[in-house]
Design a protein around this ligand. Structure first.
Ligand code: DC
Length: 226
């Protein structure tokens, strides 16, 4: 059967990752969380006190960091590893969330991540979510989805995620973080978050998770069976 690339882009906390993961599982495809790669890079930069304004420091850090994903059979999750260490939990903390959009504006960081993402999707059969997947990473993707959702809904969802990981964060703090990241992500010079002309927009504010997944799987199957 024909294998395709599904690109899912959109603002933070619109349900991209959980939808993409489920869509990949329904299609028997690989799921790649490109945001996790920017988060792991940010964690490395924080831990090594990298000066973001010093291109030499940034280049050295990029040469020394290695990111990959390993499937955890115990929880069924594809988890993020940084230089051989499982950082899946650490990269979701507010400490990383507060810095990640700034790190993602750096041209050299984007080039390194995009090159690795393109390699990961080379053999197709992949669902990747992020901000520039349909525009920069896979401009030829067979299916492009652009997800949006109301800010209150997004903040509530992110709060639940953080709570499930054991931290209660004030809703206003989350909203501020999301708004700040939206702004940085969509106004940065290097591959800003924009909807690709040929992307299909899905507003998830009032959709159940199951409906969200069903819509994307339906669109993908139409293309696969064409
Ligand atoms: O999807 P996420 O919230 O985990 O992504 C974290 C940050 O990474 C996000 O604020 C912007 C950046 N990012 C990016 O610039 N490009 C991508 N393809 C994915 C994420």
């Amino acid at each position: 059967m024909r294998k395709i690339v599904v690109a899912i882009d959109g603002y933070s906390a619109c349900g991209k990752s959980s939808t993409a993961k489920q869509v990949a599982s329904a299609l028997g495809y690989k799921y790649i969380d490109s945001g996790a790669m920017y988060r792991a890079t940010t964690l490395y930069f924080l831990e090594h006190y990298i000066n973001l304004d010093n291109p030499k420091d940034v280049a050295k850090a990029l040469a020394n960091l290695h990111i990959d994903f390993h499937y955890n059979e115990r929880n069924g999750k594809n988890e993020t590893y940084l230089n051989g260490l499982n950082v899946e939990e650490e990269i979701r903390t507010m400490r990383v969330s507060e810095k990640v959009s700034e790190v993602s504006t750096i041209k050299e960081v984007r080039h390194a991540m995009v090159a690795q993402q393109q390699k990961m999707g080379k053999s197709k059969g992949v669902v990747m979510d992020g901000r520039d997947i349909g525009t920069v990473v896979f401009p030829q993707a067979d299916l492009k989805v652009f997800m949006t959702a109301d800010m209150d809904v997004r903040a509530g969802r992110r709060q639940e995620e953080l709570l499930a990981a054991g931290t209660l964060v004030d809703l206003d703090e989350i909203k501020q973080n999301l708004a700040h990241r939206d702004h940085l992500d969509s106004t940065r010079k290097e591959s800003p978050l924009i909807k690709a002309d040929d992307a299909i927009e899905i507003d998830t504010s009032f959709l159940s998770f199951e409906d969200q997944v069903a819509q994307v799987v339906g669109l993908a199957k139409k293309i696969i069976n064409k």
